[in-house]
Ligand binder design. Sequence first.
Ligand code: 3SL
Length: 235
Amino acid sequence: MTTKTIDVCLSPDLMHLYQVQDRTVVVVDILRATSCMTTAFAHGINSIMPFAKLEDCLAKKTEGYYTAGERDGKKVEGCDLGNSPFEYMNPELKGKKIAFTTTNGTQAIAKSEGAQEIVIGSFLNLSTVANYLRQGTNNVLVVCAGWKGKVNLEDTLFAGALVELLKDNIEPDCDAPLMAQHLYNQGKKDLVGFLQNSSHVKRLARLNIHKDIEFCLTPDQYTVLPVLKNKTLSL
Ligand code: 3SL
């Protein structure tokens, strides 16, 4: 039996370096898009349609979708929802469809198009993602959403957590997974503290959303695994 491999794309702008057609891609945007998506499904949302462009997202309103929009950390005017995981715990959203666009997370999903399979990862469903990848037959690529093409710590830490959890089953493909794994092992005892000087934590702290940061860095709150099929995420 050949050993499966795991690689990490540290920014969507590096996607041209990776072949995805035979891989399971895990898209991650810890702060906060994929954490919101995980939370939404755990609280009973029916489906999420991710959009790179705001206007495409807003157009879905006429088809009965709730719209969720974030740019530069702030809720987009005219959207029903922003990008705090706590908004997605609202029982009124149960069974509803959401059209979703964010600065980086939904762009990373768009750039992963063509993958054999796309799943959504966050610390909130970390073990569920790891178990799924362990049982699957595909090689894995973790796509970090980063920030406007730049690498960030929090998505890299999540990639490292996956590499660490899968180390007995899936082999690192290159140096990015090894680097991410080292980083995670350094920071795992106190992820919030480890990230205190990171650029996006500082950005979000200016918006006064420490609660979101702490929640998004809490492993294994949920067991859902959102999967993209026909441009729509569902369970
Ligand atoms: O860029 C994104 O996709 C967002 O998750 C960024 S923020 O956390 O809402 O600022």
